[in-house]
Design a protein around this ligand. Sequence first.
Ligand SMILES: [Fe+2]
Ligand SMILES: [Fe+2]
Length: 271
Amino acid sequence: MKRLIHLSDPHFGAADPQIAASFIETAHNLDPDLTVLSGDLSMTARRSELDAAARFIDQLPSPRIIIPGNHDIPYFNHPYDRFFRPFRRYQQRIHPDIEPVYRDDIFDVICLNSPRPFGFHTDWSDGRLSRHQISRIAGHFAETPAHPCRILVIHHPLLELKVSGRAVVKPLAALMAAMESSQLDLVLCGHFHRSQIAAKSLTGSWKTMISQAPTVCSTRLQGEPQGFHEILISAAHVEIIQHTFIDGNFQKTADFPFEKTDKGWNHALQA
Ligand SMILES: [Fe+2]
Ligand SMILES: [Fe+2]
């Protein structure tokens, strides 16, 4: 059995330092095999915010995978940085690679960068993937046909939130088709600051588990407290455990078991 910790959206610049410290302690107690942070490290990519995020990341258990979110692009008051070099500050202070890949004996991970500095749509905080990015999923996993656990990390969410004006990543159908044909086990994402866990399929031929993590330590709450997901992985069984910050520390608040079938992952309680 392997343990993965999935956290998201710490938003340094609007982070609660006591909750951040509590998370670091909890994460080390859990002793994960892999730690994944799915974006929005800062508020507006100010250098001081990204420096605080870098200090937080340095304390996370290793190995770790980090990607940027839409808040890690400079705000409109820095138009040159936003439009011409949107990820430069992130790359200087966090990591040069905004789409890292990771492989060990269990995990095979690809990250895709969904934030965009501008676009031909009204809400520039929305996430987009290019056709080329989506096509890289098949190429990446074709290199390791027998690898046990296939994971995609992306900042923007796949599971809808029933609130107007909050959009899932686009183009969702093309992304889900690629997930299905490559038989992905798990997608890790964030952005909505809400914990959502489900297994989804486009056509029914393969279901992928989706972990949408809440904010781990920011004060930008969207109707629920800070939290993170602990994911226990074995060959045919996965448990995604919600941890929620209640009464001064992180506590287990829900448990979503999944079983592997020949058509992907089924929520065990719904099977
Ligand atoms: Fe966020
Ligand atoms: Fe975001």
